[in-house]
Design a protein around this ligand. Sequence first.
Ligand code: PEP
Ligand code: MG
Length: 924
Amino acid sequence: MTETTKWVFAFDEGDGKNKKLLGGKGANLCEMTQIGLNVPPGFVITTDACLAYLETPDRQLPAGVMDQVRDQMAALERKTGKGFGNPENPLLVSVRSGSAMSMPGMMDTILNLGLNEETLQGEIKATGDDRFGYDSYRRFIQLFGKVALGVSDEAFDKEFNAVKEAAHAKQDVDLSAADLKEMSERFLKVVEEHTGKPFPADPMIQLEIAVKAVFNSWMGRRAVDYRKQFHITPEMANGTAVNICTMVFGNRGNDSATGVGFTRNPGTGENKLYGEYLINAQGEDVVAGIRTPKPLDRLTVEMPQMAEELAELRAKLETHYREVQDFEFTIERGVLYCLQTRNGKMNAHGMVRTSVEMEQEGLISKEQALQRIDPISLEQMLFPRLDPSSKVEPVAQGLPASPGAAAGIAVFDADRAHQLGHDLGQKVILVREETKPEDIHGFFASEGILTARGGKTSHAAVVARGMGKPCVAGAEGISVDVSRRVAIVGATSFKEGDTITIDGSSGRVYLGEIATVEPDFTPELSTLLQWADEVARLKVMANADTPEDARNARKYGAVGIGLARTERMFNATDRLPLVIEMIVAETPEKRDEALEALLPLQRQDFRELFEVMAPNPVTIRLLDPPIHEFLPDEHQLEQDLADLRALAGATRGMTALAGSMGLLHTPDKARDEFDAVRRVMDPMMVEEAIAKKEAMLRKVRALHETNPMLGHRGVRLGISFPEIYKMQVRAILEAAAECAQAGIEIQPQIKVPQVCTVQELKRVKVYVDEAHAEVQAKHGQPVKFKFGTMIEVVRACMRAESLAAEAEFFSFGTNDLTQAVFSFSREDAENKFLPLYNQSNVLQDNPFEVLDERGVGKLMQLAVDWGRGVRADLHVGICGEHGGHPASIAFCDQAGLDYVSCSGPRVPVARLAAAQAALKHRPQ
Ligand code: PEP
Ligand code: MG
């Protein structure tokens, strides 16, 4: 880059598509100007300039930047007829950040730049409004002081409150010109005291300092945290642009206003202009929630002409962008300006409804409707809501700012929320008078956010919606006393640590914890997912172990069960004692007895699953985990034994003592009492209990393994204890026969876990064939099923050809496969070294969450190709956790899998992700 590099672009020349270079906001301002919207003139300094600046050791603007800025300022002067620093008719500008990715409220904006003692007088003369002049001036000093010079808000607030108090003013608008003049003088002193230098008066110097401050804010804590949280990489956004725009004023009297709008309701998606405005105010008043604004509906009454123009603006924005827009506007003396627009951040409800409706209105295609939604966000629509039958009365009512219900302990500042929520894992609700961007770490750590002031477009509301967290804003009945850590709500109060519940869908606040109920699909979500199913190539099945899970999975649109883990059925209270008996049995007869008792229970389990899912496939996995998982813990057993032995000693001691006292032969009350105690501590019973525990302990010790996850589990159990697998296979086939007899169409599938050699599969196949023949003979009718294998061992991938000769389907168990490929223990890695690996970019993602395409994925691809080489119609799916992760689903689509299987609530996510995956590679 040289001195001739073009660092600066006017709004009417910049490429509106080049967000990387001009930032989202800057590119949009260019585009808006170029499509004929009434945007105040301005220009953009590029993100390249920001990066070049940040690279200089002493933070110097690259050569040429300020020259080009000066040229542009001269052009602005020509366009507006005003002069920068001209006391007669001063030109004032705003200075805003804007990177390629929208990061709302994450960086700073400076308004009214260009004001000083002289231009202020010019401004007053030009407008004939000294109150307005001083108001702008004190706002500028404070913002510039805070953002560009690092003076704290508190220092200004102190002076602000002192002036307000002295003037007996209730609201800001009650302050007179003289009050505001005094305030600006005090503010100038504050700056001088804190920086040791007078406030910079030269507008061009102000501009240079401001540009540098915006560039610096790219590396500020808020921005860095935000990028980390939302995984914004340098490829997505690198550096911020600076937008310099002629100021227009919403605070020039009652024919002026400022507001923010969404072309549709971002909470519900309703096709109606949504937003808020304040008469005679500047933009920051709306966003900061300092005054509670009015809904845009009111504008029709207060400024009908402007309401009409706003409706036109809304239509223009949507037909041009074909996306819901979140825009800022200002009305200065009856002229409407559009200051900014960007794609609206909406919660999942809003996204889904607008997708479906915009398609129906012909604004977007079905494909676009499907592609504009982040699949993971659909989980929000499955958020619990408050039980409508709850009779608990709310204690306060605010604005429903971000839907969903949340309960937790109240905390009153962001640091504390971080400490309790993030560090100690408690559920907290962040309760604030109003929130500011620096509270962001508190948001991340909280279940929900409650504010006493601010509207639905206040900082709290926008950020909470973006995060999908419930938020109640502007609950004005609440007053927060941060220093005493208490909130007063009318006659009652709650303090830090008290549990409260907020309902972001209704705006209600409750003391205590209120029960929640599971939500239902909205009609729009059903339509959208139906479209998704039409384009998706991958089928979506569910991992479900109980009929209840299966019913839910069906409700969410699963077209089968891809994994039923039979061991989860064994944990039911009526099964566990039988399972333990089966394991500790010393003889095959004893084991058979326990298995005989388990068989009808398992048969019933399978039958219910088949019935719930009919006619879709149900894939049942034979027993997998190491059997010690069903047995009591060794240390617990040792402890129990020590207790029992102590009890036995005491019992013996008491009996001896009673004997020596002749008590055993005394027919009186004392003896009766002694007998009662002795019955409880019967030495025979205690000895028996000791013997049982000792047997169990011996068994547990015998079964102990150093690496149980790599030990005696899966098909290895099936080979060592064939009777267990035989019982399960019989139960599956008998349940299938019963269903067939009852005329229920089903598709049973049996799969074998942990297979590494075809010999294992062949052995199990023998049991299956035997049981199949017997069951068919017994029931006198054919029983259809499929036989397949899990692929979760590296060798299974390598031997896919031989396995495919025996297996009709492959089911990738990517949890174990990831463990095996990385040699990372899946039990330990995630809470030991993986967080560090991710933070320090040794690994970009957690491989147990996001499928490692380059390692695990490569093996999968080999297995699929080799397997299909032997059996062309080999059916292949995935049932590890990755089956519910959108990026991993996209990989599975590319790798040619037939289905993904994931937990029930992930099914809608997976359906949409499967559609997006198919669309990604569809020729346009
Ligand atoms: C797997 O390993 O991916 C799998 C689905 O099995 P489990 O998680 O039960 O070991
Ligand atoms: Mg597994």
